[in-house]
Design a protein around this ligand. Structure first.
Ligand SMILES: C[S@@+](CC[C@H](N)C(=O)[O-])C[C@H]1O[C@@H](n2cnc3c(N)ncnc32)[C@H](O)[C@@H]1O
Length: 329
């Protein structure tokens, strides 16, 4: 088959008519995230604490999978306005008062998602599946687009990178100093996707949670990988597996960035074991307390989920224009 730039092959593989994310089985069948069982209920506590801190009255989950996070939030606070957004139709079993929007996928968002007020928008592991250009320094020293055969995953080098992608690499990846064979997963498409999401918010906070790197920690040979049935597989963009690459979190528009460990501990989650006496008086409560403590430990673990990045961007309500009644000339 003819090779395509990674970004195009990846978009087709995940969001094309028979793309990986359109399959009935859903992401949780293939990999586990913080929003899945057994961590999801405790992770939702952290999200809810953030929503309260940011005075949000509506939580929108972009890249909502099969509604795991919005369902957990609904369980914790049944009256809270909730909306899930993903590329599939409304999942069966979603609580009736949780809204659902179908999205095109990748960088694009549904038209109906706009003018959001007093909102917390959560994009949990969304940006890592927004397809981006992959570039590699060729033997001639030029940074070139990497092409891929969708059927086999075999790669070849295409034209030299130019335009906005090259400008991104110069600014964010020290691309002038890269050696032959080194790669850049160009973050521009994720920056645009994130900016597009911010543009849907009139007032509120956006939170991206993802694995990623910053300018001084970009992996020199890239991070592209596939996931299927709970294991990593070669990233062949044929629709049979997830294809993901870490996010350049420092190039996203932001007000604050911290690790998930800092974020959740700062929001009041603690891995405190229940008192042993509870085991005698209320064994189910004791076991639930132990499970909760071990979930907090997993969500905040070093070299694990605790190293995920939380990127926050706050958007203030627009100040009404026009002169206030009685204002001086
Ligand atoms: C890695 S999964 C994460 C699912 C869930 N947030 C979690 O953490 O378990 C990425 C999800 O993002 C969804 N997605 C990708 N692009 C999207 C878009 N533009 N709008 C809404 N959902 C999108 C995919 O369909 C997929 O369900």
């Amino acid at each position: 088959m003819e090779p395509f730039p990674w970004r195009d092959a990846w978009q087709q593989a995940l969001y094309g008519a028979s793309g990986f994310y359109r399959r009935a089985d859903g992401p949780a069948r293939h990999f586990t995230t913080s929003s899945h069982h057994p961590l999801g209920a405790v992770f939702a506590e952290g999200v809810l604490a953030l929503a309260d801190r940011e005075h949000a009255t509506h939580v929108v989950d972009v890249g909502a999978g099969r509604g795991e996070l919005v369902t957990a939030l609904h369980r914790l606070r049944p009256g809270l306005r909730l909306t899930g957004v993903d590329v599939v139709e409304r999942p069966p079993g979603l609580p009736a008062d949780v809204a659902w929007l179908v999205s095109p996928g990748g960088t694009d968002l549904p038209d109906a998602l706009r003018n959001l007020d007093d909102v917390l928008v959560v994009a949990h592991e969304w940006l890592d599946v927004v397809p981006c250009t992959v570039a590699e320094v060729g033997p001639d020293g030029a940074l070139r687009t990497v092409l891929v055969d969708p059927a086999t995953g075999a790669e070849s080098l295409g034209d030299p990178l130019d335009g906005a992608d090259l400008a991104w690499c110069t600014r964010h990846a020290a691309s002038d100093a890269l050696e032959a064979g080194e790669r850049v997963e160009v973050g521009r498409e994720r920056d645009l996707a994130w900016a597009g999401l911010l543009g849907r918010i009139r007032s509120g906070t956006a939170l991206a949670v993802d694995y990623g790197h910053t300018r001084s920690t970009r992996p020199p040979y890239g991070t592209l990988v596939g996931y299927r049935d709970g294991t990593t597989v070669p990233p062949v963009p044929d629709g049979s597996c997830d294809v993901t690459a870490h996010v350049a979190v420092d190039s996203l528009e932001q007000d604050e960035r911290l690790t998930q460990r800092e974020a959740l501990l700062g929001l009041g989650l603690a891995a405190t074991a229940p008192p042993i006496a509870l085991a005698r008086t209320d064994p189910p409560a004791y076991l639930a307390g132990l499970a909760r403590a071990s979930a907090v430990t997993a969500l905040t673990a070093r070299d694990g989920l605790g190293d995920f990045h939380w990127v926050l961007r706050r958007i203030a309500a627009p100040v009404p224009t026009g002169r206030a009644p009685g204002a001086a000339h």
